[in-house]
Design a protein around this ligand. Structure first.
Ligand SMILES: Cc1cc2nc3c(=O)[nH]c(=O)nc-3n(C[C@H](O)[C@H](O)[C@H](O)COP(=O)(O)OP(=O)(O)OC[C@H]3O[C@@H](n4cnc5c(N)ncnc54)[C@H](O)[C@@H]3O)c2cc1C
Length: 423
């Protein structure tokens, strides 16, 4: 007898699908290759994002739970929580663009993602989900009537039959590709990312998220610093590629870069890495009996609350499908309108706004200096932050034109698309 639903991947998307589906009365099996979902093996900054209407939801942490204000679910969470109330973009010479809410309510809340996932896993068990950890799904076939999965668990091959399949296997999703669902989807680059957990890096405030822009810092991409996983620790996020691996960049950042004086006494207490492929989003992530959700269908990432929202909506979509309604169609409409990367212009806007490598260190110092002292709206959103930043900088447009006409022209050329969208 096939089960109603098989789910591949026990990240926030897969776990939320499983819990919701079991709650709706579906016979559900969840397959995860890791053996302990509560122990993170992959880099994540573990910040619960407080932006409204961001990546499928608005979430809050209240009453011992992550509460969804738009989708209407609750996920119990009993772990630590640290409010992060300031965000700074910092130029090579140290000029800062400040983002914060007027009441200093959190921009993000640093949580323990392992505790969140472990709690959801326990809830799935209580809801009657057939939980299989250490189960690697290496193939799946849509038979028309349902799906058949090939699974290796404890060295043994298993076959699992289900009426519907949810693929939630994360940013480097392999399964959707093997089933031909992602054919034609272009991938732009693979980033190698390592988060270093540092002890003794005392100049950084735990309630602040810092991003450092410019060649002076010796990174390939902007360098992010935020609170670490343990009290007193600091996380340093380094993004590289094959030619410039994060380890090499880390050495340069901590010995030669502009942050080196602040980091020279720091000791590495731990690290988590990952490779992440930046692929165009799957705008229509359903095919036959299969739906692809979460990071597996995204441009890079949906973030934790986006993954939970995907799981919640996907389970309801499957229940509707099995009741003879067009649940996958409804899901795709929700997916397309809820995630900014599914819009038509986000890529052009993002490119137009990019600071590095478009602007040299002196230019960044000049531009950041124009708005130092102002406080911009508190936001984490990686599409909204540059809009706000450029909005503030361009209020000084006439001054830039008078003082540095070549820089003014460069800005106008690069941000043409972004500006017309913003003004
Ligand atoms: C450096 C970095 C920092 C980040 N920081 C934040 C942050 O601060 N806040 C935030 O909200 N988000 C952050 N994210 C994004 C966040 O981690 C993801 O968006 C989120 O975890 C996606 O959830 P998911 O369930 O779609 O996929 P994942 O969490 O990746 O889960 C996929 C699961 O599928 C399993 N799997 C894969 N293949 C198979 C297979 N063949 N068989 C069985 N199981 C399989 C994996 O083991 C994994 O458990 C960050 C990501 C990175 C890379």
């Amino acid at each position: 007898m096939p089960c109603d639903l098989a789910i591949v991947g026990a990240g926030p998307a897969g776990l939320m699908t499983a819990r919701t589906a079991a709650g709706l009365g579906l016979k559900t099996v969840l397959l995860e290759k890791r053996t302990d979902v509560g122990r993170l093996t992959r880099a994540c900054c573990e910040q619960l994002i407080m932006d409204r209407h961001f990546q499928g939801d608005t979430v809050r942490l209240e009453g011992g739970a992550v509460v969804s204000l738009e989708n209407g679910f609750r996920v119990p969470y009993q772990g630590p929580a640290l409010d992060v109330v300031h965000k700074y973009f910092v130029s090579p010479a140290g000029s800062r663009i400040h983002f914060a809410h007027p009441d200093r309510s959190p921009i993000v809340i640093k949580i323990d993602k392992g505790a969140l996932l472990g709690g959801l896993w326990d809830e799935c068990a209580r809801a009657g989900v057939d939980l299989r950890s250490g189960a690697h799904v290496h193939g799946a076939r849509d038979t028309g009537a349902g799906v058949e999965l090939s699974v290796t668990r404890s060295g043994r091959q298993e076959r699992i039959a289900a009426r519907r399949l949810i693929i939630a296997d994360g940013v480097n999703s392999r399964l959707a590709g093997r089933m031909g669902i992602t054919s034609g989807r272009s991938c732009m680059a693979t980033a190698l990312c390592v988060i270093y957990f540092l002890e003794g890096a005392e100049s950084f405030q735990p309630d602040t998220l810092y991003t450092y822009f410019g060649r002076a810092y010796c990174g390939l991409a902007p360098i992010t610093i935020n609170a670490g996983r343990q009290p007193g620790q600091t996380s340093l996020v380094v993004i590289g590629n094959k030619a410039n691996p994060p380890e090499k960049l880390f050495r340069a950042i901590t010995t030669e870069g502009a942050l080196a004086p602040k980091l020279k006494r720091a000791r590495i207490a731990g690290r988590l890495g990952c490779a992440a492929r930046a692929c165009m989003p799957l705008r229509t992530p359903a095919q036959g009996n299969v739906l692809v959700i979460g990071d597996a269908a995204a441009y890079v990432e949906v973030e934790m609350q986006g993954a939970l929202a995907c799981g919640f909506q996907a389970a309801r979509a499957v229940a509707a499908e099995l009741a003879g309604r067009a649940g996958f169609e409804d899901y795709m409409r929700w997916w397309q309108r809820s995630f900014e990367f599914n819009g038509d212009d986000w890529m052009q806007v993002a490119q137009g706004f990019a600071l590095v490598p478009a602007y040299g260190d002196d230019e960044l110092d000049y531009l950041f200096g124009l708005v130092e002292g102002e406080v911009l709206e508190g936001t984490y959103n990686q599409y909204r932050s540059p809009r706000l930043m450029w909005g503030a900088i361009l209020r000084h447009s006439e001054r830039i034109r008078a003082e540095l006409p070549a820089l003014h022209e460069k800005i106008m050329n690069r941000t043409q698309v972004a500006l017309s969208d913003m003004l």
